[in-house]
Write a protein that binds this ligand. Structure first.
Ligand code: ATP
Length: 243
């Protein structure tokens, strides 16, 4: 099922509404502008009418939620592979951000709807700056360095062309993940890992842990070398920042 709106609150919300009214899966929701675009922890995803890409995929996994750790990394890898094929050398910041030229290009927000048991309905939301100009109104609210594909390329980027590469890649990665688990993706991750071997702070609500990022393990957890030894950090409400 495909849903396109000129304006929506957020494409993740669109999918949640459609989940209630149709049994059709998957659902792909897109919009030109989000009035309440969100990142993690209720943070704002700046989503103006600017020829960008705001999309959400409502997807049913024949798996329990406990088997889906690593999902946001798989989504990031699908985007990174597709964009690399289009000559955008994208990097990934664990667990859920896309970077280009050292600046934030896109974010991924995975949410669950319904039960934790199989089958499991998830909502995979992605915001990608495709053609957002540097002087776009409101971008001064973005509190970190950001970029867009058009800024990198120096010309307007065709979104249809982009999605024709990205969506099949995403579908195939999700099918492989569902059938074979995370192993293949753990092997692919180092190609795109932005902070490998770098000093980083891992920030959660309770504390900050400093260490050297050592990539990820077979479950998609971040490996952090600290003075206390090697720690496995699982996703959730955690931010990684360079020291
Ligand atoms: P962070 O990037 O701060 O480590 P995060 O993964 O928790 O953390 P997200 O939830 O992906 O962040 O996105 C929210 C953050 O992304 C905002 O706080 C803002 O700094 C930045 N941001 C918001 N809109 C955009 C945008 N259109 N392009 C790039 N960055 C944005």
């Amino acid at each position: 099922l495909f849903d396109y709106q000129v304006e929506s609150t957020s494409t993740n919300e669109t999918v949640k509404t459609l989940f209630k009214t149709t049994l059709h899966r998957p659902i792909l929701a897109t919009t030109e502008k989000q009035t309440q675009g969100r990142g993690r922890r209720g943070r704002v995803w700046h989503s103006p009418y600017a020829q960008n890409c705001y999309l959400s995929l409502g997807y049913r996994f024949n798996a329990a939620l406990s088997e889906l750790s690593g999902l946001s990394l798989v989504v990031g890898l699908a985007f990174a592979e597709a964009l690399s094929e289009l000559n955008f050398p994208v990097e990934l910041k664990w667990p859920n951000d896309l970077y280009l030229n050292g600046k934030k290009l896109g974010g991924i927000l995975v949410e669950l709807e319904g039960t934790f048991d199989a089958p499991c309905d998830v909502i995979i939301g992605v915001g990608l700056n495709v053609n957002m100009p540097l002087n776009d109104d409101g971008t001064e609210q973005i509190d970190q360095a950001w970029t867009s594909l058009s800024q990198y390329k120096g010309e307007v980027v065709d979104r249809t062309h982009l999605l024709l590469i990205i969506i099949p890649k995403l579908e195939s990665f999700l099918a492989i993940f569902e059938q074979q688990g995370f192993t293949k993706f753990a092997q692919l991750w180092p190609q795109y890992d932005r902070y490998i071997d770098q000093a980083v702070n891992i920030i959660s609500a309770e504390k900050v842990i400093t260490g050297i990022a050592q990539g990820i393990n077979e479950q998609g957890e971040l490996l952090l070398q600290t003075e206390q030894g090697l720690l496995n950090i699982s996703g959730g409400e955690i931010s990684l920042r360079p020291v």
